[in-house]
Ligand binder design. Structure first.
Ligand SMILES: [Zn+2]
Length: 179
């Protein structure tokens, strides 16, 4: 018995009537970038099904260099494999979703941040960059950061949203636009 045991049991049930999904374009034509918080699972909050949308998650759902590189690779892959199947000139929309009550919010406090840096060995600047104290402000900044990246395919659009933990509602802050 490990802590994974009950989850593996759930997987056993899942696999019983599982139907494999063939590799293809994500059918929702969306890539979700969001926080790793266990209260913010896009599969549940957005009712995503298998094959609908790649999801990239990190602390805060921040647009880091690693996220930009993942999006660039996904765009390249989609273009290589399925470029001919696209009806228009757009590959997909990247939806950046930040949320209220984010655990990274504590990192906006310099004292807390210093303590976190000391005990984890992470750089204070890295921790500061991860902080989501005001999701409405950070999501706008991150949409701009992604749109400004030279690595972003011109066939990708970017939008920004805030998920409210208290209501379960996602509100669009920045409408989708291309670079
Ligand atoms: Zn969070």
């Amino acid at each position: 018995m490990t802590r994974m045991s009950p989850l593996l049991e759930r997987n056993e049930q899942f696999a019983r009537d599982y139907v494999p999904v063939a590799l293809g374009l994500p059918t929702a034509q969306v890539i979700v970038v969001t926080c790793l918080d266990h209260r913010v699972d896009p599969a549940i909050v957005l009712r995503l099904q298998l094959g609908e949308a790649p999801v990239i998650r990190n602390a805060g759902g921040r647009v880091t260099q690693a996220v930009i590189e993942d999006v660039a690779y996904l765009a390249f892959l989609a273009e290589q494999l399925f470029g001919g199947q696209l009806a228009d000139d757009r590959l997909f929309e990247v939806a950046v979703i930040h949320h209220t009550q984010c655990g990274t919010g504590f990192l906006a406090d310099p004292g807390f941040r210093r303590q976190a840096a000391c005990s984890t060995g992470l750089a204070e600047a890295t921790l500061e960059a991860a902080a989501v104290a005001d999701p409405h402000a950070t999501v706008k900044a991150d949409v701009e950061r992604l749109l400004a990246s030279p690595l972003l395919s011109p066939k990708v659009s970017v939008s920004g949203h805030v998920y409210d933990i208290a209501t379960g509602r996602v509100t669009t802050m920045v409408e989708a636009r291309q670079p």
